[in-house]
Design a protein around this ligand. Structure first.
Ligand code: FE2
Length: 686
C-alpha cells in the first residue's frame, strides 16, 4: 500500500513522505530541491500560485522525488494526503485519475496541524504507548478561539486511537501567542531572522547564545505562569509591550535589532536570550510533568518546532518524569508530511501495523555511476577507495591531520540536523577548530557551538546522557574530564548537542569514528551540516560539489570517491550579469564603510556586498586607494572563459605569487557564495 503525505503551504517547510505498507520509504523537504531554506520564495505570498481562490504552494518537486525514488506512477498511489487547509483547493489539481484517493486530513475541532505532529512523533517511535507533547508557534486555527500552540495527547496502543489531553489556544500570533511565539519574538528582536524570507525567526541562534547570558535585574519577574496545563504569558506580553520589544521585533526590519554586529553582542542581548531560554525550559518541563501526571505513561514523544530546542529536550530527558523520550528527527513542520502519511495509512488500513523508524536516512540513493558521470562531465579528478574500511581509514586520517572533510554518503537524512550522510566533519580536539571552520567553510556566528557524533557505546564515557540521542536533539553535559580534550564541540556552559551513532544503524559512519578513535583515542568527531551559509543542507552530488568549491573545505568524499580539488587558478568563473561594482552609492547602515571601499550592488541596489566584507587580495602591494579599482578590474575580467590566473596577470600583477594566488582563491569563493560570480566546471553549471 502506497500512501504519500504532502505538506503544502500556507506555512513553511513543505515536503512529501511516501509510506509503503507502514514503512517510511522516502521523505524529502522541498527546500532540499528548491535550494531555498524553508522552501519559501522571496516574496512568498505574492509568488504563491492561487488554487481555486486559495493561495498556497504545492511541493511538486518533493512529490515527484518520492514517486521517482520508489519507481511509482501517480496512479500507483493508494492515497495522497493533504492538510485540511487549503486541502480542497489542492485536491482539484493533483493529476491522479481517481480523485477519491485524495484524502484531506481533517481532524475534529480544527486541530489537524498538531495532530499530524503527534502522529509523526508517536508512530515514528518504537513505543507501544506514549504521551505526546506538541509545542510550536501556531497550528490550526478556530475562528474566535485562536491557534493551537501547545497540545498533549495519549496513545494507548499503535492502532491510531488517541485521547487529546489538553490544548492551549491563543488568539494572537507573535506577542499574545504561546511559548513558541515568545521565543520567536525574542529571536526576532535579537536580530535572528531568516533574512532571505524575512518573517521566519531563527530560534536555534537564541538557544546557542543563551548560555552567555545571566539573570538580569529587570528581567527577573516570570514571563510565564504555569497552572496545570494552562500557561499565562501576560508577564511576557506586558514586559514586551512595556520594553518596546514589540516594535523592535519586526521581522522585515533588522535595522533596530538588538544585535547589529555579531562580533560585538551587547550583554543585554545575551541576557535576553538567557531569559527566553530559561522561561521556555521551565514551561516545557512543567507541561511534561503535568502530562505525566495525567497520562501515567512511561514514554514521552515530542514534536512541533519547539521540540527542536535540544537544550529543553535534554532537560526533560534528564530531569523529567518520563523513563524514555523520543524526539522526531523532523520535529518542526518538515515532519508534517510524515504525520499526513501516517494519517492516510491509518484511514485505509489501521490493521497493518506502522513500523517505527530505524533511522532518518530516507532520501534517494545516488549510485556511483551517476556520481562518476557528473565528475567526468565536470572534468574533475578523483580517486576510488576500495571498500568501506579504506574509505573510513582515509577520511579518519584526514580528520586526524586537521582537515575539514565533506562527507556525502548514502541517502540524505530528513530534519534540520545532518547525521553523517550530508555532513561536514572535523577534529574536535583543537581549540582553534571552531574559528577555523567558521573562517573557511561555515561563516556563521562565532557564539554558536558545533556538535559531536559519538559512538553509541562510548557516549556515556564522554557525556552525561540518560539515553541515546540518534537525531542530535538532546543537549547533555560533557563530562568534566573531557571538556579540555574536545573543546571544539564543548559549548561555553560545558554542554554539547550530542548525536549517538549506532554501528547497527550506520555502519560506515561508525567505522569512520572508530577509525578516528584508533588514531586519536577520541570516540567522536565534530559534525556540522553540509551546506553553504543560509542555504539548505545539500541533497545531490552537484549541490555537494558546489558547497565544496564555494568554500575552503579540504576534502570531499562522495560515496567512496575522494575528489581532488582542482587547481583554483585554472577555474573560469564569470561575473553574474545582475551584479555591478558600485564605487560609492550603497546606502544602508554601513554606508560609510561602503563608500570608502565600494560595493557590489545587485538588482538596482536591493542587495549589496561591501568590499570590506570580502577577503582582501594580498601579495601584490596594492595601494589602499587603488583597491576598489583593482578588485573591480579583476572581477570584470572574469568572463567565463578567462582563468583566474590570466585575470590576475592582466589586472593585478604579472607575477602571481603564492600569497596572491591564495587570496584570489578565497576572494573568488566568497564572490561565488554571494552569487556575484557564477561557475561552470566542464559542462556542469554550479
Ligand atoms: Fe508546526
Amino acid at each position: 500500500m502506497n500512501v504519500i503525505g504532502v505538506h503544502t503551504s500556507p506555512g513553511h517547510d513543505m515536503g512529501a513522505c511516501l509510506l509503503q505498507d507502514g514503512i517510511v520509504r522516502c521523505v524529502i523537504e522541498e527546500e532540499r530541491l528548491s535550494l531555498v531554506k524553508h522552501a519559501l520564495p522571496n516574496d512568498a505570498v505574492n509568488l504563491w500560485p492561487q488554487y481555486n481562490g486559495c493561495f498556497g504552494y504545492f511541493p511538486w518537486a518533493s512529490f515527484a522525488y518520492c514517486l521517482d525514488e520508489a519507481k511509482l506512477s501517480i496512479d500507483d498511489l493508494d492515497a495522497v494526503v493533504v492538510p485540511a487547509f487549503p486541502g480542497p483547493a489542492f485536491a482539484q489539481i493533483i493529476p491522479i485519475r481517481d480523485k477519491r484517493k485524495v484524502l484531506i486530513a481533517d481532524v475534529p475541532e480544527g486541530a489537524q496541524h498538531h495532530f499530524m505532529h503527534a502522529l509523526s512523533a508517536f508512530f515514528a517511535s518504537d513505543f507501544e504507548q506514549a504521551a505526546v507533547l506538541v509545542v510550536d508557534g501556531d497550528g490550526s486555527m478556530i475562528p474566535g478561539e485562536g491557534y493551537e500552540a501547545e497540545s498533549g495527547y495519549a496513545f494507548d496502543d499503535r492502532s491510531g486511537a488517541y485521547r487529546t489531553i489538553f490544548k492551549n489556544r491563543y488568539l494572537e500570533r507573535g506577542i499574545g501567542g504561546g511559548i513558541g511565539w515568545m521565543y520567536d519574538v525574542v529571536s526576532a528582536a535579537l536580530g535572528f531572522v531568516n533574512t532571505r524570507i524575512g518573517y521566519l525567526a531563527d530560534p536555534g541562534k537564541t538557544m546557542g547564545l543563551a548560555p552567555y547570558g545571566r539573570l538580569r535585574e529587570g528581567l527577573s519577574a516570570p514571563w510565564i505562569r504555569v497552572d496545570g496545563f494552562r500557561l499565562d504569558l501576560s508577564g511576557f506580553n506586558d514586559w514586551a509591550r512595556g520594553s518596546g520589544i514589540d516594535k523592535i521585533a519586526r521581522y522585515e526590519d533588522r535595522s533596530r535589532a538588538l544585535i547589529q554586529d555579531e562580533n560585538h553582542i551587547p550583554d543585554y542581548a545575551m541576557d535576553l536570550a538567557f531569559k527566553a531560554q530559561a522561561e521556555l525550559e521551565r514551561a516545557m518541563l512543567a507541561l511534561s510533568v503535568e502530562l505525566h501526571r495525567s497520562t501515567a505513561k512511561k514514554n514521552l514523544c515530542l514534536a512541533g518546532g519547539v521540540a527542536l530546542n535540544s537544550v529543553a529536550n535534554g532537560l526533560i530527558s534528564a530531569q523529567g518524569p518520563f523513563e524514555r523520550l523520543f524526539v522526531q528527527p523532523a520535529a518542526g513542520d518538515g515532519g508534517q508530511s510524515i504525520g499526513l502519511a501516517y494519517y492516510g495509512h491509518l484511514k485505509l488500513r489501521s490493521d497493518v501495523r506502522i513500523k517505527p523508524i530505524a533511522h532518518a536516512f530516507a532520501g534517494r540513493l545516488y549510485d556511483e555511476n551517476e556520481v562518476e558521470s557528473t565528475l567526468r562531465a565536470a572534468g574533475l579528478g578523483y580517486r576510488k577507495l576500495d571498500d568501506e574500511q579504506s574509505l573510513a581509514d582515509d577520511a579518519a586520517e584526514a580528520l586526524a591531520n586537521g582537515q575539514i572533510v565533506g562527507w556525502f554518503q548514502g541517502a540524505s537524512e530528513y530534519g534540520p540536523r545532518a547525521l553523517g550522510h550530508r555532513s561536514i566533519l572535523a577534529d574536535p580536539r583543537p581549540t582553534t577548530m571552531k574559528d577555523h571552520l567558521n573562517s573557511r567553510v561555515k561563516f556563521r556566528e562565532l557564539f554558536r557551538p558545533f556538535a559531536p557524533s559519538v559512538l553509541a557505546e562510548h557516549a556515556h564515557e564522554v557525556f552525561d546522557l540518560r539515553q541515546n540521542s540518534p537525531y542530535m536533539l538532546l543537549v547533555a553535559p560533557v563530562r568534566a574530564e573531557w571538556r579540555d580534550r574536545v573543546p571544539a564541540i564543548t559549548h561555553i556552559d560545558g554542554t554539547a548537542r550530542v548525536q549517538t551513532v549506532d554501528r547497527n544503524v550506520d555502519s560506515l559512519y561508525a567505522r569512520l569514528i572508530e577509525a578516528f578513535r584508533t588514531r586519536t583515542g577520541i570516540p567522536l568527531v565534530l559534525n556540522t551540516s553540509f551546506n553553504l551559509r543560509g542555504m539548505p543542507i545539500v541533497e545531490s552530488p552537484r549541490d555537494a560539489l558546489r558547497a565544496f568549491l564555494f568554500t575552503d573545505m579540504d576534502r570531499l568524499y562522495l560515496g567512496r570517491l575522494d575528489l581532488k580539488r582542482p587547481d583554483p587558478l585554472s577555474l573560469t568563473p564569470a561575473l553574474s550579469p545582475e551584479w555591478t561594482l558600485n564605487l560609492g552609492i550603497a546606502a544602508d547602515w554601513r554606508q560609510r564603510e561602503m563608500v570608502s571601499r565600494g560595493a557590489f550592488v545587485f538588482d538596482g541596489g536591493k542587495r549589496s556586498v561591501a568590499l570590506s566584507d570580502l577577503p582582501r587580495l594580498d601579495g601584490a602591494d596594492i595601494p589602499a586607494q587603488d583597491e576598489v579599482n583593482v578588485v573591480g578590474r579583476f572581477v570584470f575580467a572574469l568572463d567565463g572563459e578567462t582563468s583566474i590566473a590570466d585575470a590576475l596577470k592582466a589586472t593585478v600583477s604579472e607575477e602571481v605569487n603564492q600569497s596572491l594566488a591564495r587570496s584570489a582563491d578565497l576572494l573568488v569563493q566568497a564572490l561565488l557564495r554571494h552569487g556575484i560570480l557564477r561557475l561552470r566546471v566542464g559542462s556542469v553549471e554550479l
